[in-house]
Design a binder for this molecule. Structure first.
Ligand code: F6P
Length: 561
């Protein structure tokens, strides 16, 4: 998009660093950069409640960031300068905010109430969304009640989702997160990796007669998913021995009806995906069919309500009180001004163990970009590297670096006031650890404090905690489908907010293409029995030759069940 075209669409132009609002933040950083969280808290006794927000059942405490009221004011001014409200409205209206793919990013329509109308090319997409939800509910209901029988008349007891990226990470994260609400009579498995081990281990104890596969692929072209789907089909047919069994044991979620039909799945078993929903924003579309089968229609709708509640908050709250916008702006502050190029996501809830992995794709595939919407090189570090682990496991692994390592890492802690699994005092212990970690990261322990404890002088430097590490804490009452929905959308819109500030396309993913193309070329070379002339670099050529020479050398013995 040219600068003139950008002006015509109302989108602000100009290099981020040349904006007055950016320069004001830079100047402010010089002033506040040297201040410690200890001083900031001492100067304002109300800070721990002042810098907090509540929305859609979530409580966000952002007081342990290296900010003051001026930082917030300047960040909000930057967001206005970058027209975050206008860009948000454009996204919700269905404008082509994904410029490089000329697509809308209308995932917010997936949780709109049936009464709403959102027109895209003259079609009310909300109507399609609800028609699909109703079809999903019908199938989920039949499977959960045992009405949907396999080819030999047996009840379906196993559901295997085959997909990768957004067609896997959202469903598996949601399934794990909401296991408490899942039907105990059903076993759910998720297969994503093209490594045969994934499918074999997922199916080794399953009966094909009792197993339904959901092949999830928006494009129905993804190598991993199609390879696994064909292998699953062979596994199923080997036992069931009849092509007609496919109709009872395979359903698909895709926008590519022709490819689904070619695979052998009947149109009645196809659930639509739309090109206006990005893969990493699709867990609440039919891609979430496995979630709905696991938790049931009513709980799935609760998840949608939680998402919708956060959408409404994002659209209506002033930026200074807007939870996703503030989370995104604080991330910009931590990343671009304080140099935190990574974000650790630390859920203190075992059920959220796949949440960091889910956020990795959401954040890094969205904002790991090197050019602006206009194709100009970005001037700032874009997406932080997202990683994490559920508490308290991480504490005995990488928290050493968080506390005393040289990189400054921003952390998001997530916890719940009530546990779903009361067991003695364990929840109190879990939460005590969460609170202790954010306190230690913020305030640390000075050399004087260490000395006062009688620590030998030689050990004092080792025992000092510098503190001043920025953290956010998200607290909710308990992990419910509603809360999970709100949490997911909190991050969706935080990611969007950051993308708007950097003026990048948060909805394309060209960066995954080159590897795919080269893998296809290499797969063809590996398939040839005699070595073809290899034309890679000398390293890749040598690796391929070594692999080819050794791959059949020592066939593994089959593991007995
Ligand atoms: O990794 C690239 C990607 O296109 C993701 O964006 C997407 O979620 C994933 O592959 C799976 O794509 P599909 O649903 O089309 O199989």
């Amino acid at each position: 998009m040219s600068a003139a075209a950008a002006i015509a669409t109302g989108r602000p132009t100009g290099n981020l660093v040349s904006r007055g609002t950016w320069k004001a933040l830079l100047a402010h950083h010089v002033h506040i950069g040297g201040q410690h969280l200890r001083e900031l808290f001492a100067a304002d006794p109300q800070r721990g409640t002042r810098f907090t927000l509540e929305a859609a059942g979530l409580y966000l405490d952002y007081s342990k960031n290296r900010i003051d009221a001026d930082t917030l004011r300047l960040l909000v001014a930057l967001a206005h300068d970058c027209d975050l409200p206008g860009r948000t409205a454009a996204m919700f209206r269905g404008e082509l905010v994904n410029g490089s793919e000329k697509r809308a990013a209308l995932h917010t329509a997936l949780r709109a109430p049936a009464s709403e109308r959102i027109l895209l090319d003259g079609v009310n997409v909300v109507e399609e969304v609800h028609a699909t939800l109703n079809r999903m509910a019908a199938l989920a209901g039949k499977i959960r009640s045992g009405q949907w029988l396999g080819h030999t008349g047996k009840r379906i007891r196993n559901v295997v989702n085959i997909g990768i990226g957004g067609s896997d990470l959202g469903p598996v994260m949601a399934y794990e997160a909401l296991r408490h609400y899942s039907a105990e009579t059903l076993r759910l498995r998720f297969v994503s990796n093209v490594d045969g081990t994934d499918l074999i281990e997922a199916t080794r104890d399953l009966e094909p007669e009792e197993t339904l596969f959901i092949v999830c692929s928006k494009s129905f072209k993804t190598l991993e998913t199609l390879t696994n789907a064909h292998a699953a089909r062979a596994w199923s047919l080997e036992k069931l021995g009849d092509e007609r069994s496919i109709a009872r044991h395979f359903v698909a979620v895709s926008s590519n009806a022709d490819a689904v039909a070619k695979f052998g799945i009947a149109p009645a078993n196809l659930f639509p995906m739309w090109d206006w929903v990005g893969g990493r924003y699709s867990m609440d579309s039919a891609i979430g069919l496995s979630t709905m089968i696991a938790i049931g229609d009513a709980h799935f709708r609760e998840l949608l309500h939680g998402m919708r509640a956060m959408d409404e908050h994002f659209c209506t709250a002033a930026l200074a009180n807007n939870m996703p916008a503030l989370l995104g702006l604080l991330s910009i502050w931590n990343n671009n001004f304080l140099g935190c190029t990574t974000l650790a996501v630390l859920p203190y809830d075992q059920y959220l163990k796949r949440f960091p992995a889910y956020l990795q794709q959401l954040t890094m595939e969205s904002n790991g970009k090197h050019v602006t919407l206009e194709g100009l090189p970005v001037t700032q570090c874009t997406s932080p590297i997202v990683w994490g682990e559920q508490g308290t496991n991480g504490q005995h692994s990488f928290y050493q670096l968080l506390h005393q390592g040289t990189p400054l890492v921003a952390c998001d802690f997530i916890g719940f006031c009530q546990t779903l699994n009361p067991l003695g005092t364990q929840h109190d212990l879990l939460m005590a650890n969460l609170f202790a970690q954010t306190e230690a990261l913020a305030f640390g322990r000075t050399a004087d404090e260490v000395r006062a404890e009688g620590i030998a002088a030689v050990l004092v430097p080792h025992r000092v905690f510098e503190g001043n590490r920025p953290t956010n804490t998200v607290l909710a009452e308990r992990l419910t489908p509603f809360t999970l929905g709100a949490l997911v959308v909190l991050y969706e819109h935080s990611v969007f907010t950051q993308g708007v500030i950097w003026d990048i396309d948060s909805f394309d993913q060209w960066g995954v293409e080159l590897g795919k193309v080269l893998a296809q070329r290499t797969a063809a070379e590996l398939a040839i029995v005699r070595e073809p002339a290899l034309a890679h670099d000398s390293s890749t050529n040598a690796l391929i030759r070594r692999y080819r020479a050794r791959r059949h050398a020592d066939p593994p013995t089959k593991r007995s069940v």
